[in-house]
Design a binder for this molecule. Structure first.
Ligand SMILES: Nc1ncnc2c1ncn2[C@@H]1O[C@H](COP(=O)(O)OP(=O)(O)OP(=O)(O)O)[C@@H](O)[C@H]1O
Length: 296
């Protein structure tokens, strides 16, 4: 079931189109990443979905409801990039406050804080929390009421690797329970395994969209093959792979995705010379640089 539907969404400031006919949908349980350089239009798109600003063209709907309407607001949760809290109040007090605002029972505060790993810190002042803990308070407030759509702006910026992993594990759980997730991030390597689909914006235009496999197929970037020779066989291996070059005692070569099997056959044919080999497909980082560079 589609939760978020954007159709030809356009926003102009003065003469400048900061979003240009963006069409996108996010289904229940889907995790979609919004990628783009600074100023590409990611926050503008989120503000439109939240109903904080209005489009100049196109439409947006959350489960069929207009952004900003009472129903859409009840279905949507938002985690801003730098969620700020009063340092003098405790996590529990903050949660109770949010629960009251959302018309939910305050007794749920500890349960939600527990869910985001803040159970032990619930009574402590937020001023004593680490950045990762404050981000979890932000996520906790976004979990109130079981949102159908979660919008997260750079949710892991400033978090350490363990906190990032835990944060994504919580998002996975939400998605598994049917929440549609739209998040923006510049941390591309972590998105590869943690999102189902990516949308790349460049100067307000949607320049690519799809799974990592879709983007790889579309960009058709070469694969990198690294072959480790048996001891003393480096020169012999280079004779066999004259298209390769020796880097750190290994033969490196690139090949088009369609030639992968041919290269593997050549590797298998010279097995006695070879100790090991690795094949690396283009990373999301490579694809993003290629696609956004091409768009610019
Ligand atoms: N209220 C506004 N008035 C004029 N221009 C604006 C306004 N809000 C945003 N813009 C412009 O719209 C463009 C897109 O901004 P936006 O904040 O959506 O980018 P972004 O992709 O979220 O960038 P970042 O990664 O830096 O957060 C920018 O050029 C920005 O200056």
């Amino acid at each position: 079931m589609t939760i978020l539907t954007l159709s030809k969404l356009t926003k102009t400031y003065g003469e400048r189109r900061v979003l240009d006919e963006v069409t996108l949908s996010v289904a229940a349980g889907e995790r979609v990443a919004l990628l783009g350089h600074n100023g590409a239009g990611k926050s503008t798109l989120m503000k439109l979905v939240l109903g904080l600003i209005h489009p100049d063209g196109g439409t947006a709907a959350i489960a069929g409801h207009a952004p900003g309407s009472a129903v859409a607001r009840a279905l949507t949760a938002y985690l801003p990039e730098n969620a700020a809290f009063h340092p003098a109040i405790s996590g529990r007090e903050q949660m109770r406050y949010y629960l009251r605002l959302r018309g939910q029972p305050v007794r749920l505060a500890d349960e939600i804080l527990e869910k985001v790993g803040l159970g032990d810190a619930a009574g402590r002042r937020i001023g004593t929390y680490s950045k990762g803990m404050r981000q979890r308070v932000g996520l906790a407030q976004a979990l109130i009421g079981g949102p159908r759509l979660m919008i997260l702006d750079e949710p892991t910026s400033g978090l350490d690797p363990v906190s990032r992993r835990e944060f994504y594990a919580l998002l996975d759980e939400l998605a598994a329970n049917g929440t549609a997730i739209l998040l923006s991030s510049h941390a591309l390597s972590e998105l590869e395994a943690r999102t189902d689909r990516m949308v790349i914006l460049s100067q307000g235009r949607q320049v690519a969209e799809g799974t990592l496999a879709d983007l790889r197929a579309e960009a058709a970037l070469p694969l990198t093959v690294q072959i480790t020779p048996q001891a003393g066989q480096g020169a012999a291996l280079l004779d066999v792979f004259p298209d390769g070059r020796l880097v750190d005692q290994r033969v490196m070569l690139t090949c088009a995705p369609a030639e992968k099997l041919t290269v593997l056959e050549r590797i298998a044919a010279h097995r006695p010379l070879i100790a090991d080999f690795d094949v690396h497909a283009a990373t999301l980082d490579d694809l993003y640089s290629h696609i956004s560079g091409r768009a610019a």
